[in-house]
Design a protein around this ligand. Sequence first.
Ligand SMILES: Nc1nc2c(c(=O)[nH]1)N[C@H]1C(S)=C(S)[C@@H](COP(=O)(O)OP(=O)(O)OC[C@H]3O[C@@H](n4cnc5c(=O)[nH]c(N)nc54)[C@H](O)[C@@H]3O)O[C@H]1N2
Ligand SMILES: Nc1nc2c(c(=O)[nH]1)N[C@H]1C(S)=C(S)[C@@H](COP(=O)(O)OP(=O)(O)OC[C@H]3O[C@@H](n4cnc5c(=O)[nH]c(N)nc54)[C@H](O)[C@@H]3O)O[C@H]1N2
Ligand code: SF4
Ligand SMILES: [Mo]
Length: 748
Amino acid sequence: MARPPLNAEWKTTACILCECNCGVEVQLGGDDGRRLVRFRGDKAHPASQGYACEKAHRLDHYQNEQARLTTPLRRRADGGLEPIDWQTAIAEVAERLAAVRDAHGGSTIVYYGGGGQGNHLPGTYATATRRALGMRYRSNALAQEKTGEFWVSHRMLGGYTRGDFERCEVGLFIGKNPWFSHGIPRARVTLKALAADPARALIVVDPRRTKTAALADIHLQVKPGTDAWLLAALVAVILEDDLVDHAFVEAHTAGLDAVRDVLGAVDVAAYSAICGVPEDQIRAAAQRIGEARSVASFEDLGVQMNRHSTLVSYLHRLLWLTTGNFGKPGCQFMPTALAPLATGGHKYDTPVTGQRIIGGLVPCNAISDEILNDHPARFRAMIVEAANPAHSLADSPRMREALRALDCLVVIDVALTETARLADYVLPASTQFEKAEATFFNFEFPHNVFHLRPRLLEAPEGPLPEAEIHCRLVEALGALDAGLVAELRSAAEAGLATYTQAFLARVAMNPAQMPYAAALLYRSLGPTLPADRREGAVLLGLALRAAMARPEPLARAGFAGDPLTAARTLFEAMLERSSGVVFAVDVWDDQLARIAGGRIQLALPDLLAEAETLSAGPAPRDAAFPFTLSAGERRAFTANTIIRDPRWRRKDAEGALRINPADAAALGVAPGGRVRLTTARGSAVVPVEISETMQPGHISLPNGTGLHDDDDGPLGGIAPNELTTNGDRDPFVGTPWHKSVPARLALA
Ligand SMILES: Nc1nc2c(c(=O)[nH]1)N[C@H]1C(S)=C(S)[C@@H](COP(=O)(O)OP(=O)(O)OC[C@H]3O[C@@H](n4cnc5c(=O)[nH]c(N)nc54)[C@H](O)[C@@H]3O)O[C@H]1N2
Ligand SMILES: Nc1nc2c(c(=O)[nH]1)N[C@H]1C(S)=C(S)[C@@H](COP(=O)(O)OP(=O)(O)OC[C@H]3O[C@@H](n4cnc5c(=O)[nH]c(N)nc54)[C@H](O)[C@@H]3O)O[C@H]1N2
Ligand code: SF4
Ligand SMILES: [Mo]
């Protein structure tokens, strides 16, 4: 095949397939000049510095190889979806949602999503729509993975922490496989450096011999679902062998005695037998952690979507806090946020089933419960944006039933997803390369990076950027003051300094318009910005907030002066530096001052009480389901459901079930053979990949697979949540236990 014509120019953007959002440069080509043909890591990106993994090279599959939504769609009386024009779509969506609000209250309309791995600007503009409809409840994927960690972090430290893996002596990964899932900048470079240096150590807690585990100095090959026992034993050894950092604990923490009362009593040998990690290995790992100058640590889905998830988040923090690994180089830190993704506070519960809401996010596993009932306060309408809950949330059959039961479901997406197919209205969005985009996954330290990616391609006729969609909705709802927009629009013509001042003064005098700040910015400032960065308008508001909340880190990054000046110069830098900008420079000395109340709370009574129940051992297994299924593992070519066409995967197109050789032999299945996999929820026939990396009794399926192009059948593998149940969840925050689904196998 002839090579597509190339445009020699390298254009700056970022990869959208995981939270790292590595800066990449692209050469466009193809007959229409719209193909993303050649990629290289962007050396000018301050965080990724030229790094990119194999997935970035496949981004053309997102932009050009999948069916796009090109026009708004409406559900017909006969059940089908029909194209409608934008004017009708906006008017009807506004009218339908306003009717739900007026009849039952805005709190019966729930918002889900707001962004995926590469696009967080939609969520900022959606705030205006949510306010205009008086909506109170929202959720997104964080409420099925991170809310336990957020809650614990909030109560212990008052903020969310990350680890400094670049500088640490010991790097610890618990239920995390960064070789494939990344999650830290330049993951493979950092992992290799850790593993290669004899003075440093990589410790990995994973039942599977992952690529990360294979590099490790210590691989704690825990039995699936038993991390709570392993972590309790590690903390017990820290206490027993006096590996505690007494100076740190005395100066900065409270509650060690209460912790000692519970965890000092742990029978390490018994817990070692339960979690399957030899006692001498547990002791060696605790020793290595306790004696290290610095430890950086990362827990992820292997434990956050698993039994005792919130307890594990707590024990994990005790491990690095009792050993003093916070607030110094190579340890944990609280980065300066431009826009915090979520806090960990618990202020209210869900309206019908009374489940804890952490950081304002309704637990994902509570959503179908909150819809499928007769309670007057039930969720009756939903806006889903840049998310695919019919595929990504537990128990897809029940989730579909719930979405169908809504009075009105509105989906904003680029593709006709499993969720969009159930919608009353589908609003087509421009792709992430057809508008300016950015994320708030900004966790670098001490130099924290924000990247507003300019639009790479002109948007085709039809789809609109979410900023435009939300502004039109807010206007149709009659919420935006047109006079104020016009006034601010003329201020914008006079330049950014005049505009910033006018914006603050006028919005302060119009508190009723404050909730629509994002829409005001887009409508008044947006038109004066370069066309390829217009959706960045909302960032001026965020820069103002950051300049008021955290002036010192911004000043250290060069954005100094009064908040107006600092915000304006930061905003200008975001617009100008198309490879990203260091917006905050932190110092380690500030870190201890960020702890809420001045002291780290080591003792959380409810979680200590939960820890005490560990001594009774794990709950007995149901003999009907002898296997433990990890439903949704990150592999070389998975990226949630961001790319729908399975051909984007260079290998493993069908998403094989990984199984240990002994289990495969016992079943009589040969390499490439198929088995029937059954759980309490469902059953499917899957191809197997026999793999030494699996423990006997542990099986795993990839995530993001089994999408539907029409109603005929799944593409490329099976959808993991056809096999998960809604009730298998953490008792504290409702996060699902997808990593240990009881299952059985039979020859297909
Ligand atoms: N390639 C790729 N990268 C991604 C994504 C993607 O879809 N594809 N998605 C992104 C997203 S949204 C997220 S949240 C992150 C998630 O990133 P990770 O959490 O690293 O991803 P997983 O592979 O789901 O789970 C990590 C590990 O948990 C292990 N595990 C299973 N059961 C247990 C257990 O009982 N105990 C312990 N300790 N470990 C266990 C699995 O063997 C696996 O190696 O990845 C991001 N990066
Ligand atoms: N069983 C099981 N379930 C899981 C997991 C698991 O490990 N196991 N992992 C969970 C995790 S950690 C996560 S993060 C979730 C992810 O699941 P979701 O949060 O539901 O999101 P994605 O699959 O990333 O889907 C992103 C959606 O955004 C759309 N999109 C892409 N670009 C744009 C755009 O520019 N604008 C708009 N409006 N839409 C766009 C895509 O078409 C897609 O529909 O899945 C979760 N579900
Ligand atoms: S998938 Fe993640 S690590 Fe790989 S290039 Fe994209 S953003 Fe970077
Ligand atoms: Mo995630």
